[in-house]
Design a protein around this ligand. Structure first.
Ligand SMILES: [Zn+2]
Length: 241
């Protein structure tokens, strides 16, 4: 019998420990996938989660135990292929109660995955993320000011910080987002972070996080850790808990 990741690992001091699966996908042309995998797996562990790295988004239909048992998924990619059926399976898992944190390019999907007849891809509909332009990443490596705009347990202790980073010019389709932060860019303010609670799940998108310059930034690290803890339901909904 195959032992599922988490059968024993979740027990810590007699209490269940929640788990995170940090998934990277794509080709590392513009983004350091190995570095991201390492950095975000360590951040998930710092968040108090039993964290494990994984490669490839084609894992959500009929998921193996290592995927099915995770309480929260973190996605980071560089044009990773994410077939519509796999996206829909992830949506179903999240709506059923999983957490999802998509960082930076994690929602920038390969054009080959787009076969929805003009409708938003399921991952984008779940996040409320709109892929505006293949070349929409802006201000990579420049000082980027992130301004927190809402009180929430994800943004606790943070007000405004600057990172050398890139972010994505995203347009939000849905009206039930809560935008938590904006990035000040030459093109004007861009939503830098937003959350939703679809079904029984929790999702969060963070636009920053291009490379090690943000992964090592104390404020970005706090934001990521708090987002993981919220998505994994280690903290309460909204600005409580
Ligand atoms: Zn980037």
């Amino acid at each position: 019998m195959t032992r599922a990741f988490g059968d024993d690992d979740r027990a810590e001091g007699g209490k269940l420990q929640r788990s995170a699966l940090v998934i990277v996908s794509g080709d590392d042309h513009h983004h350091d996938l190995f570095g991201a995998s390492s950095a975000f797996t360590l951040l998930a562990a710092e968040a108090g989660l039993a964290a494990r790295p994984a490669v490839g988004f084609k894992r959500f239909t009929n998921p193996l135990p290592g995927t099915a048992s995770a309480d929260v998924y973190l996605l980071y990619s560089d044009g990773g292929e994410f077939p519509i059926a796999q996206q829909q399976a992830l949506v179903d898992l999240v709506r059923g109660g999983k957490g999802l944190l998509v960082v930076h390019s994690g929602a920038r999907l390969s054009p080959t995955t787009q076969s929805t007849g003009g409708l938003p891809m399921p991952l984008h509909a779940l996040l409320g993320y709109k892929q505006v332009d293949e070349r929409s990443e802006i201000v990579v490596g420049c000082p980027l000011t992130i301004e927190i705009s809402a009180k929430h347990c994800v943004t606790r202790g943070l007000a405004r910080f600057e990172v050398r980073d890139g972010t994505w010019a995203t347009a939000i389709d849905d009206v039930d987002h809560q935008v938590l932060a904006y990035a000040r860019t030459p093109a004007g303010p861009v939503p830098a972070m937003y959350v939703r609670e679809p079904g029984d799940g929790r999702v969060c998108y963070i636009g920053a996080g291009h490379d090690r310059r943000s992964w090592g930034d104390p404020a970005f690290r706090s934001l990521t850790i708090q987002a993981l803890r919220w998505a994994a339901r280690l903290t309460g909904s909204g600005d409580g808990g």
